[in-house]
Design a protein. Structure first.
Length: 274
């Protein structure tokens, strides 16, 4: 699985060749090429080498050289760059460029993140995250003893889903019928746990897991990924190594086991006992 996630998809799989014209060409020629080929970015060459880029909105009068943006170091990646770097960058900017043999030859835009390979990769990453959370809950709360850690309404919703799956002959556990947000609510209860997860508060946990569920729904229903989805994807990609190794969930289980059984915990101002 680690090999599948780390080697099956790289920046090259998302990139498109960077079309280009010389800097002394009229800006109108660049605009015509962008429209004809349906691309958002055009490379501009100077003395045979790629010197910068333009978008359609940049092109008015004059030459392409008058309109170009020079390449910035933070927007140029090697052709073997990983998805974590690309997704993180595209959560902040509209496009990045790939360099091969010392020359910029390709571009990745946010539109390229809609491609099926990346959507499949993200859905797999979310599935592994969900599975890890289920494992951690069962380790910490065997025999569905986590029931008291969620609200009555959330338990009832999980019970309805469990009954429906049983009716259709699908083998599952009650913990499998919880939403990702429910699982996070059970696990992220202590300040030390929040620190381990790299999240500032339970409110941030709720916001992030809600965004993960939204991203999964958009992926499952082939909906266009929105800017917020791309930001969530970037953060999810940054966790992928820890997700695959179950590193964070193992540490989380060890941390809460060290606290000892029956240790009082506070949830929304109400003290409960595990």
């Amino acid at each position: 699985m680690s090999r599948t996630f780390s080697q099956s998809l790289s920046a090259v799989d998302l990139a498109e060749p960077l079309l280009s014209l010389d800097d002394n060409q009229p800006a109108a020629a660049g605009a015509d090429l962008l429209r004809a080929r349906g691309v958002g970015v055009l490379g501009v060459r100077r003395a045979g080498a790629m010197a910068g880029w333009v978008r359609l909105d940049d092109l008015g009068g004059g030459t392409l050289g008058d309109c170009l943006h020079e390449f910035q170091e933070q927007e140029v990646f090697s052709d073997h760059a990983g998805l974590v770097a690309i997704l993180s960058a595209l959560s902040e900017t509209e496009h990045v460029f790939l360099e091969w043999l010392g020359e910029i030859t390709a571009v990745i835009t946010r539109r390229d993140l809609q491609k099926p390979p990346l959507r499949m990769w993200l859905f797999g990453a979310i599935t592994v995250l969900d599975t890890n959370m289920s494992w951690a809950i069962e380790e910490l709360y065997p025999g569905d003893s986590w029931r008291d850690q969620i609200s009555k309404g959330r338990w009832e919703k999980a019970s309805v889903l469990y009954a429906e799956r049983q009716r259709h002959g699908t083998e599952c556990r009650m913990v499998d019928c919880l939403q990702i947000k429910d699982k996070a609510d059970i696990l992220a209860r202590e300040p030390a746990t929040l620190t381990l997860l790299g999240l500032a508060s339970r409110r941030e946990v709720e916001r992030f897991t809600g965004n993960v569920e939204k991203l999964r729904n958009h992926l499952a229903h082939a909906q266009v990924l929105e800017p917020g989805d791309l930001a969530t994807a970037g953060r999810l990609a940054s966790f992928i190594d820890a997700i695959l190794s179950a590193g964070i969930t193992k540490q989380l289980v060890e941390l809460q086991h060290q606290e000892g059984p029956g240790r009082p915990s506070t949830r929304d101002g109400v003290r409960t006992t595990r």
